[in-house]
Ligand binder design. Structure first.
Ligand code: PTJ
Length: 247
């Protein structure tokens, strides 16, 4: 059903669009997910559709965070489930993180469809259905999380997260790792670790880093974490977008 010639200069980008379209057809991705994808594509184009050096460093530090965390949770929405279902399951496995479906436009049907999609890609347990805890400061539907998932986590990975929710999670004292191609988005701005990269490249790269850091001592990982400066990372991404130079 995907009929894009490999020679097309925008082959990868067109394939990605098809994955999001498929996600909408399967009831995994929201209609708004199509708009979010378009916004992401524009930023990715300006970044040269590659993982810039500062993003790679952020992905390494994010992996370190996941390895030292007492309880880490990776939040999965409709776009992430459509784009990187297998890759996100692998990241959770390698780092010992939980997976929780957490939606901006929450419906029980879509949560179920995404959880099932993740199980088809190898996930053993997927949280998100209990919705028995709330993030303070958000309206009812947007506040719902699982008490033994995001509610209890000390570290959360939130790819493509809404700004209000990212801010509220930060105020709960959680260490937030945000993946967002827009370095100016509020989510990226409030993150302990902002990753300005396409989720397609960021997730497998975080897994690779986690694999290579697995035998490091907690002290070494902590040192890496302490040395990281989120503002510097955001500035480097903005610079790369403005000048086309990779900082
Ligand atoms: O499935 P749901 O209901 O939880 O909804 C998910 C979306 C993404 C639709 C929802 O959270 C939303 O509306 O997000 P926004 O406010 O459009 O923000 C999405 C952000 O993600 C934007 O800053 C985009 O630049 C960025 N983005 C889009 N695609 C990618 C991306 N960042 C990294 N990788 C991508 N592939």
């Amino acid at each position: 059903d995907v009929d894009v010639p490999e020679s097309h200069p925008r082959y990868e980008s067109l394939l990605t669009r098809h994955r999001i379209e498929d996600g909408v057809e399967k009831g995994i991705t929201s209609q708004q997910g199509l708009i979010a994808q378009g916004r992401g594509e524009a930023f990715d184009y300006l970044l040269g559709e590659r993982t810039i050096e500062s993003a790679d460093r952020a992905e390494r530090v994010a992996a370190a965070h996941l390895l030292v965390a007492d309880h880490s949770v990776i939040s999965v929405n409709g776009n992430v489930a459509a784009l990187v279902p297998g890759e996100i399951v692998e990241l959770a496995e390698v780092t010992g993180a939980d997976l929780e479906v957490n939606l901006f436009n929450r419906t029980e049907e879509r949560i179920e469809a995404i959880a099932e999609h993740l199980r088809e890609h190898g996930a053993s347990e997927v949280k998100g259905m209990a919705a028995d805890a709330r993030i303070p400061g958000l309206d009812h539907e947007r506040a719902k999380v699982d008490a033994d998932g995001i509610g209890d986590a000390d570290t959360v990975v939130v790819p493509l997260e809404d700004g209000d929710r990212a801010e509220a999670l930060g105020e709960m004292g959680k260490t937030e790792i945000v993946i967002d191609l827009n370095p100016l988005s509020r989510s990226a701005q409030v993150a302990a670790v902002p990753i300005v990269d396409n989720v397609l490249r960021a997730v497998p790269n975080m897994t690779e880093h986690a694999q290579s850091l697995r035998d490091r001592s907690t002290g070494e990982l902590q040192e890496m974490i302490d040395e990281f400066d989120p503002d510097e990372t955001l500035a480097a991404a903005e610079e790369a977008i403005r000048t086309g130079e990779v900082a």
